[in-house]
Write a protein that binds this ligand. Sequence first.
Ligand SMILES: O=C(O)c1cc(=O)[nH]c(=O)n1[C@@H]1O[C@H](COP(=O)(O)O)[C@@H](O)[C@H]1O
Length: 223
Amino acid sequence: MSAIYVAIDTPSLERAKLIAEQVRTSAAGVKLGLEFFAANGPAGVTAIQELGLPVFLDLKLHDIPNTVAKAVEALRPLEPAVLTVHAAGGRAMMQAAKAAAGPTTKVVAVTVLTSLDASDLNAIGVSSGPAEQVALLAQLARDAGLDGIVCSGAEVGAAREAWPDGFFVVPGVRPAGSGTADQKRVVSPREASEAGASILVIGRPITAAEDASVAIRDIALTL
Ligand SMILES: O=C(O)c1cc(=O)[nH]c(=O)n1[C@@H]1O[C@H](COP(=O)(O)O)[C@@H](O)[C@H]1O
């Protein structure tokens, strides 16, 4: 069964703390991303870590190898459980990120964002569909020595088969009845878990609920 990381996407430290407190007994950890980090920086990350939950720092780094390595080095004292880079940054960039990260941080590569479908890929010059592109970028991430990838639940089964001991992060997870919003490649929590996700990243279905503690428990019951 996959563990749940709750994506806390908010600029408010107080709100983030409240959600972290509400989900702490059911979640494996929380994910802090660009919105939270832009508003609160490393001190905000430390404040959430002080609540006792592992933090997945999702900054989706994507730049030349030197710049990414220096950014990862600067983040190293935070010792995040997981850190993201974009696989499209290429092998040398991913190698540099992994070399700069601390030993307790899993560095994972975002393959094809779950907000994109085949026609979106086509519009940016990628003629293969999501499944093929995820497989290609997963192999590149593995060759670069990363710990795993981020992909949708539609691709995680094949990715796990090709890379049995990889660490697979699956966002774009929606329980029955939740709106998809800007996500295009979505699956249910159970489907993602059964297909081989290591962790499920779930945001709005939990954070926008009236009571996040109830929402996460209801989702966990479906796994
Ligand atoms: O790297 C990610 O976490 C990520 C990759 C991806 O392809 N799609 C994706 O949605 N995410 C993140 O996962 C979270 C999903 O949030 P919800 O759509 O609210 O469940 C957001 O914080 C996204 O930034």
